[in-house]
Design a protein around this ligand. Structure first.
Ligand SMILES: C[S@@+](CC[C@H](N)C(=O)[O-])C[C@H]1O[C@@H](n2cnc3c(N)ncnc32)[C@H](O)[C@@H]1O
Length: 314
């Protein structure tokens, strides 16, 4: 996704070291290696060991592979003796199509699989734990916070009343039923104009709840924040950080953290002289996020929500 735009954003130069922090099916990784040529290091990280092993078997010489969470990028690189990155770091956030399409992984509300959603299947917490063991209030908070779902409380109540829930199909039906009931009782006001949020709801009634559970299971937002801070620290001057996000919660974090490093001084605005001594550490290369071309969206509908932001270490 946004492949050409990522390669350009990373400004790939022969002889330098690059990191693909989200190897997935290896599409970006293979393209980076091709542009990098034989000279230059490439390191691939993914917390999904199954897909990482597949890519490592298919492209053994393309990169050094590390199984782990990108939030620990500095430690992972140090295990290879790498302390700074002089080329760039890429993160293409979210789930891969390999994960979405594999029923057994339980990511999709369109396929009936176990309630799993773990990107790293060595971790304990799964969607089943949250759905079947968490308190109603905790479930509602997750659905509201990570799914921005207005009907979070009703959905949580319905989930708890239907326990135990075993599959994504069951959960998807329960959520859809709850939303249709709520819409049925509200749906009389036909003149109400549709907000962006309403239009999003039209995609599938379980979209927001599944997104929320996935984010909670994989601690996605906390991982992303730590990854961005660590990445900025380990970049050498002139090296780039490129991040593709897929929803507003992720994009907000990327935008805010890049801005924070681009700003430098953190003294109160009314203070006449800077006393904090902080200087900008990043130059933002994308004043607006780069989005997919019409052709790419036509070829792959998921790319319509992708946003690429790039920063360069000062
Ligand atoms: C959208 S896919 C990447 C697709 C990839 N760019 C390609 O060309 O095939 C996202 C990948 O990031 C991985 N991932 C998500 N969060 C992660 C994290 N915190 N640490 C490491 N990998 C993560 C997922 O397991 C998934 O394989």
């Amino acid at each position: 996704m946004l492949l050409q735009e990522c390669l350009d954003g990373l400004n790939i130069r022969s002889g330098l070291t690059y990191v693909d922090a989200t190897v997935g099916a290896g599409g970006h990784l293979a393209a980076i290696r091709e542009r990098l040529g034989a000279k230059g290091n490439l390191i691939g990280i993914d917390k999904d060991k199954t897909s990482l092993d597949k890519v490592a078997a298919r492209l053994p010489d393309a990169a050094s592979y590390i199984h782990g969470d990108y939030c620990d990028i500095a430690d992972h690189l140090q295990s290879l003796g790498v302390r700074t990155i002089d080329g760039g770091i890429l993160a293409d956030l979210g789930v891969s199509s390999m994960q979405l399409d594999n029923t057994e992984r339980g990511f999709s509300f369109l396929r009936d699989g176990p309630l799993d959603m773990r990107m790293d299947n060595t971790q304990k917490l799964s969607a089943s734990t949250i759905v079947n063991e968490y308190q109603e209030r905790e479930i509602a908070d997750i659905i509201y916070k990570y799914g921005e779902e207005r009907l979070s409380r009703q959905i949580a109540r319905r989930i708890v009343s239907k326990r135990p829930i075993h599959t994504t199909g069951e959960l998807s039906e329960i959520v859809a039923g709850c939303i249709y009931t709520a819409r049925g009782t509200r749906g009389h006001n036909k003149n109400r104009s549709k907000s962006r949020s309403d239009r999003l709801d039209d995609s599938h009634p379980a979209t927001r709840t599944f997104q929320a559970l996935r984010i909670a299971v994989n601690s996605e937002l906390a991982s992303l924040e730590k990854f961005l801070h660590e990445s900025v620290k380990i970049l050498a001057p002139g090296a780039r950080l490129a991040v593709i996000s897929f929803h507003s919660l992720e994009d907000r974090i990327v935008k805010q953290i890049l801005r924070q490093y681009a700003k430098g001084c953190i003294c109160p605005p009314r203070q006449p002289v800077c006393t904090c001594g902080k200087h900008p550490e990043l130059l933002i290369m994308t004043s607006k996020p780069v989005t997919a071309s019409d052709e790419e969206v036509l070829a792959n509908i998921r790319s319509r929500s992708a946003k690429l932001r790039v920063g360069e270490k000062v």
